[in-house]
Design a protein around this ligand. Structure first.
Ligand SMILES: Nc1ncnc2c1ncn2[C@@H]1O[C@H](COP(=O)(O)OS(=O)(=O)O)[C@@H](OP(=O)(O)O)[C@H]1O
Length: 293
């Protein structure tokens, strides 16, 4: 039986997590007021959102020394369409930081008019798939399965939050001229976090001193975030959303190529064939297999 509708809500062709999505906001997205100094992190799920939230909140709020130490990342860089803590975004002081998994065609009009800045972070979809598989088994609000084949089918049918990976990235990339947008690749961030933070801060026109740069890089490593209660969403997922087990974490492995530990040779080849077919005329170059040190 297909349980998609029990967990997901389809709004104008894109799937959202049913339990948390703000339907009222979705219906009025076009008119959501955007400010020039707003910054949006836009991702397909499981591509590095929380990581980029951490980097941005450190750059903007100097989370390490500006009395924001006690504020969860989710409140510093809240999701637009998943307003978990019922914030009144119009009352938030500038500059506002947002996160979102929206497809390009649902973006508020102000973003399309190049007001505000967007960071679009993307990741090897095979690693996204594996991260998503574990996450779906962790959260009570997502449909669990212990069968990768079943999850892969769901992922390739686009019956997951954000719908089809291929459409999400293509949509944003092909419409990049409508937005003030920087594309960042998870694997590049992983390979060279320092250069990635510099690239991000330069796009945001936020100059960092050498000391601040070092602090951002240090606090945005996987190891540091995993043990930082404000950064790792532990409270939110365990006490507000709910988990099926006590074992899992939002920050699970944070590596490149974990798909190799999960997909069979046949599944990998099938995925590659679909990838080639869907992305063959796509101009953005992907370099997934950067070796980790
Ligand atoms: N600092 C750092 N370095 C490397 N990797 C990191 C980092 N922070 C988060 N992550 C990994 O990102 C994955 C979660 O993705 P998202 O934050 O986009 O998830 S969500 O869409 O907001 O639910 C998830 O990937 P997996 O570990 O492969 O499951 C996280 O571990």
């Amino acid at each position: 039986m297909d349980n998609t509708d029990a967990y997901l809500l389809n709004f104008k062709g894109c799937y959202f997590e049913r339990s948390f999505v703000d339907v009222d906001l979705l219906e009025n997205l076009d008119d959501f007021e955007i400010r020039d100094d707003d910054v949006f992190i836009i991702t397909y799920p499981k591509s590095g959102t929380i990581w980029t939230q951490q980097i941005l909140s450190l750059i903007y709020f100097e989370g390490h020394r500006n009395r924001t130490e006690m504020v969860d990342t989710i409140d510093r860089v809240p999701f637009l369409e998943y307003n978990v803590h019922k914030m009144d975004h119009q009352k938030r002081p500038s500059p506002r930081l947002f996160s979102s998994h929206l497809p390009y065609y649902l973006a508020p009009k102000g973003l399309k008019n190049k007001r505000a800045k967007i960071l679009y972070v993307y990741r090897n979809p095979k690693d996204v798939l594996i991260s998503y598989f574990h996450f779906s088994n962790l959260l009570v609000t997502l449909e669990a399965t212990d069968n990768i084949e079943q999850f892969m089918k769901r992922f390739l049918d686009g019956k997951v939050i954000g719908s089809l990976w291929f459409d999400h990235i293509r949509g944003w990339y092909e419409h990049k001229h409508d937005f003030n947008i920087l594309f960042m690749m998870y694997e590049e961030m992983k390979k060279d976090l320092r250069s990635s933070v510099l690239k991000i801060s330069s796009f945001l026109e936020k100059e960092l001193s050498e000391e601040d740069l070092e602090a951002v890089v240090r606090k945005a490593t996987f190891q540091n975030m995993k043990f930082d209660p404000q950064a790792n969403y532990d409270h939110v997922i365990k006490h507000e959303i709910g988990t099926r087990t006590n074992e899992g974490y939002f920050l699970r492995k944070g590596t490149i190529g974990d798909w190799k530990n999960h997909l069979t040779v046949e599944q990998n080849e099938r995925f590659d064939r679909i990838f080639q077919r869907k992305m063959k005329d796509f101009p953005l170059k992907f370099i997934w297999d950067i070796n980790e040190e």
